[in-house]
Design a protein around this ligand. Structure first.
Ligand SMILES: NC(=O)c1ccc[n+]([C@@H]2O[C@H](COP(=O)([O-])OP(=O)(O)OC[C@H]3O[C@@H](n4cnc5c(N)ncnc54)[C@H](OP(=O)(O)O)[C@@H]3O)[C@@H](O)[C@H]2O)c1
Length: 289
């Protein structure tokens, strides 16, 4: 299997292009799923304070440090799983926005994760009506300067939120994590990201599983003798998106990461592009307060 490539963020920090999303993974099972994912080759994990499973992710990471690294030992650790090989993202929740609250929320996340630093820290939603995202981001810039986070960014920001943030931001966000899949292709936002040097990170990259049944996806999968999930994830990869599919079972974890050894043709890409219909599976950013 070919591992996901590491691609540079706008500050030179490298991120695996494909990681594991942990939304709706209970904290009790998160450690087991992350351990399975590590064995399958995942090194990039996406959590959030709101998911309630930072501690489960942290347990799997600390178990790596405590288990034997030699092949054949019990609880054998996959190679290349030192802290510097992992990429951990977490996010500040809406009710913790504001300068001081964000600094406190970050400390809590760090304790939950059992880590000394986080690789990427994101504002989970703009919550524009609260009017706090610029102050929240200032706290993230402080954390960045202190070396407690290797990169900072946002999630669910619309073009106008990015414009407003950039009026006061000193550090251009490395990432905007947005809902993105063949039924919601977000062309305007992606063009803006490209112009600003912000990486697009796709959440619900499989449309929460719904896009897997699309006839165009099924036809493309049959033509390549791949699964529908692999076709959609490969579409993201070829578009240059960072992608964080969630899966709970070992077979799906493995299936989803095995997308770096085939190529969709221009005709496949055109067929998948034609599926855009502006259909969300999650909330619109303007409806989250
Ligand atoms: N920033 C935000 O506001 C935000 C919002 C939503 C999500 N996210 C992030 O994005 C990640 C992914 O999004 P998501 O979890 O909403 O949706 P998703 O990754 O598009 O879809 C996950 C669903 O697809 C199923 N699935 C996964 N691989 C499959 C495969 N190979 N074949 C068939 N079904 C498959 C999963 O089932 P099983 O779990 O049963 O295997 C699950 O029901 C989240 O976990 C989270 O980290 C961020």
């Amino acid at each position: 299997m070919k591992n996901p490539p590491r691609i540079p963020l706008n500050n030179g920090v490298l991120i695996e292009q494909l990681g594991l999303g942990l939304y709706k993974v209970p904290s009790t099972t998160a450690a087991d799923i992350v351990t399975m994912a590590l064995a399958a080759g995942y090194r990039h994990f996406d959590t959030a304070a709101m998911y309630g499973n930072e501690a489960g992710l942290g347990r799997a990471i600390s178990a790596l440090a405590g288990s034997p690294r030699e092949p054949g030992g019990s609880g054998e650790t996959p190679p290349g799983t030192g802290r510097e090989d992992l990429f951990i993202t977490t996010k500040v929740w809406n009710d913790q926005q504001g300068y001081d609250a964000t600094l406190r929320a970050f400390d809590t996340s760090l304790i939950n994760l059992g880590l000394e630093y986080v690789d990427l820290y994101l504002i989970h939603w703009p919550c524009a009506r609260r009017g706090l995202f610029s102050d929240t981001y200032k706290a993230m810039e402080t954390l960045y300067r202190e070396g407690k986070v290797r990169a900072i960014g946002v999630s669910n920001f619309q073009p106008e939120h990015l414009d407003r943030l950039l009026d006061t931001a000193e550090v251009v966000p490395a990432v905007n994590q947005i809902e993105l899949h063949p039924w919601l292709q977000q062309h305007e936002l992606r063009a803006k990201h490209q112009a600003l040097g912000i990486r697009t990170e796709a959440w619900s990259p499989l449309g929460r599983g719904r896009v897997l049944e699309d006839p165009v996806v099924l036809a493309c999968a049959a033509a390549h003798q791949r699964t529908p999930a692999q076709v959609i994830l490969r579409w993201h990869v070829q578009a240059g998106n960072i992608v964080i599919p969630k899966a709970s079972a070992e077979a799906r974890l493995r299936e989803n990461i095995e997308v770096f050894d085939f190529e969709l043709t221009p005709k496949d890409l055109a067929a998948l592009e034609s599926l855009d219909r502006g259909e969300r599976t999650g909330s619109h950013p303007d409806q989250v307060h």
